[in-house]
Design a protein around this ligand. Structure first.
Ligand code: PMP
Length: 433
């Protein structure tokens, strides 16, 4: 009898309805494939070089120093030294006064910052505009909040003169973007510099988005985790600094990306109290708090950067310089083997065209799986090189829009990049011989 009643209970659906349709995740699959097969991993976005000495030293000091309270809880919405220095830093960047207690909140990576935004600001039936291709978690997070994602693509206008493509060749169609705004639109997600393309939105493009947000009274969730990784003298423009946008924008940042320490999972939001007060409610009732000691070390990292702001010794000046060299090196190697790169203006990602390598990887007609996904799986299994298919950054409905591209992460040691290049060179030689 007991056995029967247990079985009856087990047959109840255990999964909450909000998880329907979002339980399959291509990242889980690709991270596992990379762990199993890759000799060289340019897939998931993280540096394989060390975080800067000053940051590691700050953590060591926090850990072994005299202040044993750094091992205990701190203020839930952000360790005071960290919110204070973030406020000071963003005052400089935004040219406005900030209250560290109400205009800044610390989160468990930018990931939790995003989660707080969607949970706090999106209601059942609200629409949220997402620009494709996009960092994949936006879509399930909007859905979990009960909202409906509305996608608008960056459209590719390839250069006609045979030059290499640039991420700037991927552009919003102004009329198409405007057509996505309606009275149901609650928010738009902006990610500049953009993962996966590396696109850095221009002032004109941001102005257009801002104008539409103001006109339709729409919020902007601005994911700026790659804010310091901008190349060729380009400037990262913060949409919150545009006319009418501060009051409706939440800026999201990540110490993981900023200080090359993705495992620390320290992120933040900066914005007006009228929005952040609701994010605090979600944070308070879910995560509550993130590691004090990591926050302390990140605070010290920012204090250093505040002192060196704009100077050549600043990490925020040095890191993009180093990454630009890595980008240029990989761009050349990819171009040489015929895996045409799209030159990114920012981030540490680079998307490349696999068309010339397709003959080695058979297509399966009528398959539901986009070709680039099959290609990336084949490549890691047969060549030991891990990358991520571009289709992973599109919605289900649009995942077959572009299936000839894969994304590489170039925040890697020289030896890693060289090993990747060797694999591609050898592959190309085998093809032609
Ligand atoms: N936003 C974007 C665009 C990202 O690429 C990432 C990390 N890949 C995140 C947010 C999450 O950042 P964190 O590791 O700080 O949670």
């Amino acid at each position: 009898f007991l056995f029967h009643s247990l079985q009856a209970k087990m047959s109840r659906p255990v999964q909450a309805r909000r998880l329907e349709g979002i339980d399959k995740n291509i990242w889980v699959e690709f991270v596992k494939l990379a762990a199993t097969y890759s000799k060289v991993n340019l897939g998931q976005g993280f540096p394989d070089f060390p975080a800067p000495d000053f940051l590691r030293e700050a953590l060591t000091r926090a850990l072994g120093g005299g202040n044993h309270m750094l091992h205990q809880y701190t203020r839930a919405f952000g360790h005071p030294p960290l919110v204070k220095v973030l406020a000071q830093f963003f005052e400089k960047l935004l040219g406005r006064e900030l209250d560290p207690m109400t205009n800044v909140m610390v989160t468990v990576g930018a990931y939790q910052a995003l989660f707080c935004c969607f949970q706090a600001l999106v209601d059942e039936g609200d629409e949220v505009i997402i620009i494709e291709p996009f960092f994949d978690c936006y879509e399930p997070m909007v859905k979990m909040a009960g909202g409906t994602p509305v996608f608008v693509p960056l459209r590719l206008n390839p250069p006609k003169d045979g030059k290499l493509m640039s991420s700037a060749d991927w552009q919003l169609d102004p009329a198409e973007l405007a057509s996505k705004f309606s009275e149901r639109t609650k928010a738009i997600v902006l990610n500049s510099p953009n993962n996966p393309l590396g696109k850095v939105f221009s002032r004109g493009e941001l102005g257009l988005i801002a104008e539409l947000c103001v006109k339709h009274d729409v919020l902007c969730i601005s994911d700026e985790v790659y804010e310091w990784l901008v190349y060729d003298g380009k400037q990262h423009i913060r949409i919150a600094s545009l006319q009418g946008m501060w009051d409706r924008t939440v800026i999201i940042g990540s110490a993981g990306k900023t200080f090359s320490a993705t495992g620390w999972k320290v992120g933040w939001v900066v914005g007006p109290d009228r929005l952040l007060q609701h994010l605090r409610t979600v944070h308070q009732n879910s995560v509550y708090h993130c590691a004090t000691i990591a926050q302390e070390a990140v605070a010290q990292g920012f204090q250093r950067e505040l002192m060196l702001y704009g100077k050549p010794e600043s990490y925020f000046v040095q890191l993009p310089k180093e990454l630009q060299q890595k980008r240029d090196w990989l761009v050349q190697r990819l171009d040489e083997v015929g895996m045409k790169p799209i030159i990114p203006e920012g981030t540490y990602f680079l998307v490349a065209d696999i068309s010339l390598f397709k003959s080695d990887v058979p297509d399966v007609p009528n398959s539901d799986e986009p070709y680039d996904s099959r290609f990336a799986k084949w490549m890691v299994k047969n060549k030991g090189l891990a990358a991520i298919p571009l289709s992973a950054f599109y919605s289900e409905a649009h995942k077959n829009n572009y299936t000839n591209f894969i994304r590489f992460c170039f925040a890697k040691e020289e030896a890693t990049l060289k090993a990747a290049s060797d694999i591609l060179q050898k592959w190309k030689q085998e093809k032609t011989s």
